[in-house]
Design a protein around this ligand. Structure first.
Ligand code: ADP
Ligand code: MG
Length: 324
């Protein structure tokens, strides 16, 4: 059974100057125990999609389509149920700095909080569980008494992972969990996440702009551009033999995990991603595409079968499949 099923999900922010179509018609399925990577440059809608899954979006965001978490419709869930689902069934690890830890509370109290709030443990049992969780993420038990500023960036990210694991969720969503870390620490934290989800049979959605990071951790990849999935398939195939020109460019831009030079200037990817309020006509990628045809400026291609359990939204893929 699938843990998560998205059917034609769109997210639109309503702002003073109009509507921002941040996510457009995303459909995907996550099998139980599987790891899915969501790739794409900054602004492609990855975090918006992640937040929609647990209804963490601001009030001015409208979500259309259907999101099933363990068969339950997230968008029509009552608030009480939604709160129970967060942490206990699905939890999110954000990029260190932004939704970080509370600076004035001890690490142990913050990890224990979801356990106590959900009534899953009394204080004494919660303390034991905190020690166990710290051990699982490779930190000594005495760290429970530390404050966030006493930890390094990598250690803080381990604490966030411990919090995400606390209530034994079936799904963890990790949004750029290692982007703020330096390369060595990034590799350690990635290995930790990979091992933990495998060991506990947790399903994972990992989000990154870095395709090599995702290919290393995930079974399948979905590549997003301008709010849409433009390619989806087994991660080795998408990384080494991308069918969409944008996935190809991303794979070439991030050839090795955490390459600091590539992060600053993605190789071979000229120009910027489009503003969602001013999307190009036709294929959104055509102004930057090295192999665009005239028709790409007007024809918006749907996701097309590109082999076994693979899809890609590109006229070249369609032409090839039609010819075969
Ligand atoms: P990513 O995580 O891939 O970098 P985001 O989901 O953060 O992308 O953003 C997708 C698009 O939605 C961007 O164009 C961004 O400017 C816009 N956006 C994000 N949050 C808001 C918001 N609260 N109000 C209006 N627009 C937003
Ligand atoms: Mg983001």
């Amino acid at each position: 059974m699938s843990v998560l099923e998205l059917d034609d999900v769109s997210v639109t922010y309503r702002i003073a100057s109009g509507e921002v179509p941040a996510v457009r018609g995303v459909s995907l399925t996550l099998d139980s125990g599987a790891a899915l990577g969501v790739a794409g440059e900054s602004g492609s809608g990855k975090s918006t999609l992640a937040m929609a899954l647990l209804r963490l979006l601001p009030r001015d965001a409208r979500v259309d389509g259907r999101i099933l978490l363990d068969g339950e419709d997230v968008l029509t869930m009552k608030w009480g149920r939604m709160r129970a689902v967060r942490w206990a069934e699905a939890s999110i690890v954000f990029q260190g700095a932004q939704h970080g830890l509370n600076p004035v509370r001890k690490i142990g109290d913050q990890i224990a909080e979801p356990l106590l709030v959900h009534g899953l443990a009394r204080p004494e049992a919660a303390r034991k569980r905190v020690a166990e969780l710290l051990d699982q993420v490779g930190l000594p038990a005495w760290r429970a008494r530390s404050y966030p500023h006493e930890l390094s960036g990598g250690q803080r990210q381990r604490v966030m992972i411990a919090m995400a694991l606390a209530c034994s969720p079936r799904l963890i969503i990790a949004d750029e969990p290692t982007t703020a870390l330096d390369v060595m620490v990034q590799a350690q934290v990635l290995t930790l996440i990979k091992d933990l989800v495998a060991e506990h049979g947790i399903s994972l959605i990992m989000i990154s702009h870095d395709l090599s990071v995702l290919a290393d951790v995930c079974d399948r990849l979905a590549v997003m551009y301008a709010g849409r999935i433009v390619e989806q398939g087994p991660s080795g195939e998408v990384f080494h033999d991308a069918r969409h020109p944008y996935s190809k460019a991303l794979a070439a831009a991030f050839p090795t995990v955490g390459d600091p030079a590539a992060r600053l200037a993605p190789r071979g990817l000229g120009g910027d991603p489009p503003d969602p309020m001013r999307l190009p006509t036709g294929c959104s990628f055509h102004p930057r595409c090295p192999v665009a045809l005239d028709e790409c400026a007007t024809l918006d291609v749907e996701l097309w079968s590109a082999g076994e359990r693979r899809t890609a939204a590109c006229v070249h893929v369609r032409a090839k499949e039609e010819a075969s």
